[in-house]
Design a protein around this ligand. Structure first.
Ligand code: DWN
Length: 410
């Protein structure tokens, strides 16, 4: 299958390195009626641009098919994420905000998990969220949310209405935006002269090291390194001045940026991280070829483990109908013949089926009512939180399975 030019720099040296096959939309959970209809699928494959170093999806799904009035992911589901965003709001409030009159904007504010904490520091906190169902949850908390995709035109409108921002923030949003040139223009329209932006996204070096291939799906168009991001921002008159690795979502990077001409000095963390990425080979295609080979081995280890347990007559279920679950189940060919069900805390997912593989999704109470032998944690990034809160499962002799980096019983 031919590759495509780089979405960032237009170079035609995009090296395809991983093909996870035909994939449904990760969050397109199905009703019983929809099981009989054909599902939208696209080829899930990634490429690396050796010119601008950006790792990206080769085929991109129209964002309007992903973020709409029934978006399945509500950010407030995890206690760990709630604590994480409380920490981010505190850091922002204590060290980055500099003028109570100037607004701040959160891109992709979802159900308001971060925005409500930021609003305690600055009453002029405005969310921008195109998935209208989750935006409504945030509005019901009394928050101001604009229910649209951020575009340069909207950025100018917002700056005219609320003022230019001392801060623009996005938690797990930047990598979801296919047109990053427009995003840079939007930042230019929104940011005050000394304004700061902060983004957190899954970090490429962690994805590669931990074999977190299930971070790769339709919503995540890019897999950032500090090297690729700093080049991108520099080409648009912006500059990273600090980076900070953070543990959430299996290993993410928090980046802090400003206008290129801002008085803020660039801190050593930026150069140090770029050096570390070079040492780990992220600037050359070979690292990605090796990654793809290890991903195939990881799949084998998982299908072997689950197959052996089934042959021993064990009862297996999936835990958490995360977006990542769609990737794992489809790429590894795991369906209802292996997993009795997937349990999940999100009420709107109950009664639906996993995209592509059609495993029924049930409430967590179903799991607790009749414990299986093994629970395969499909949101491995929440493994610690899940194991801690499900201690009764272990007391009943139940065991958890994880597949990152290779499959094992924990
Ligand atoms: O970037 C994104 C991240 C931040 O969130 C989005 N593209 C979409 C989403 O990805 P995800 O669905 O893989 O997110 P999580 O947070 O890894 O998984 C969430 C799912 O896990 C929800 O359906 C709820 C479920 N869950 C559960 O059932 N019990 C989660 C936890 C923590 C639990 O204890």
């Amino acid at each position: 299958m031919p590759s495509k030019p780089c979405r960032i720099c237009g170079d035609d040296a995009l090296h395809p390195f991983l093909d996870l096959g035909e994939m449904p939309i990760a969050n397109a959970f199905l009703t019983a009626d929809q099981l009989r209809q054909p599902e939208y699928k696209f080829r899930l494959r990634t490429g690396f641009c050796s010119h601008c170093l950006m790792v990206q999806l080769i085929d991109v799904v129209d964002p309007k098919m992903l973020f709409h009035d029934h978006y399945a992911y509500y950010s407030s589901i995890s206690r760990v994420m709630d604590r994480h965003f409380a920490g981010l709001a505190e850091l922002i409030g204590e060290s980055l905000l500099y003028d109570r009159e100037l607004p701040l904007y959160e891109i992709g504010s979802n159900d308001g998990i971060l925005l409500e904490k930021l609003a305690r520091w600055n009453p002029n906190a405005v969310g921008i969220e195109p998935s209208t169902n989750v935006a409504e949850v945030a509005r019901n908390k009394g928050l101001t949310v604009v229910g649209e995709f951020l575009t340069p035109a909207l950025a100018n409108e917002l700056a005219a209405k609320y003022g230019r921002a001392q801060l623009v923030v996005g938690g797990n949003v930047l990598c979801h935006i296919p047109n990053l040139k427009d995003l840079a223009k939007s930042l230019d329209g929104l940011l005050d002269e000394e304004g700061v932006f902060v983004f957190e996204d899954p970090y490429l070096l962690e994805i590669v090291t931990q074999l977190a291939y299930d971070q790769i799906y339709d919503e995540h168009v890019y897999y950032f390194s500090v090297s690729s991001l700093s080049r991108l921002f520099e080409s648009h008159g912006l500059r990273l001045f600090r980076v900070q690795p953070i543990p959430v979502h299996g290993g993410s990077m928090r980046v802090f940026g400003c206008r290129a001409g801002s008085r803020r000095p660039t801190e050593s963390s930026v150069g140090d991280q770029i050096e570390l990425e070079q040492e780990n080979g992220l600037g050359a295609p070979e690292a990605y070829t090796v990654f793809a080979e290890r991903v195939a081995q990881s799949r084998q280890s998982l299908t072997d483990l689950l197959g052996n347990l089934k042959r021993e007559g064990k009862r297996l279920i999936g835990y958490a109908a995360a977006s990542k679950a769609t990737v794992i189940l489809n790429y590894c060919g795991i369906g209802p013949e292996t997993l009795e069900y997937v349990c999940d805390t999100t009420p709107t997912k109950h009664g639906l089926f996993t995209p592509g593989t059609h495993v029924p999704i049930v409430p967590i109470e179903t799991f607790a009512a009749d414990y299986p032998d093994y629970a395969f944690v499909l949101a491995w990034n929440h493994l610690k939180e899940i194991v801690e809160k499900e201690s009764a499962f272990a007391s009943h002799g139940g065991k958890f399975i994880t597949h990152i980096p290779t499959a094992r019983v924990v």
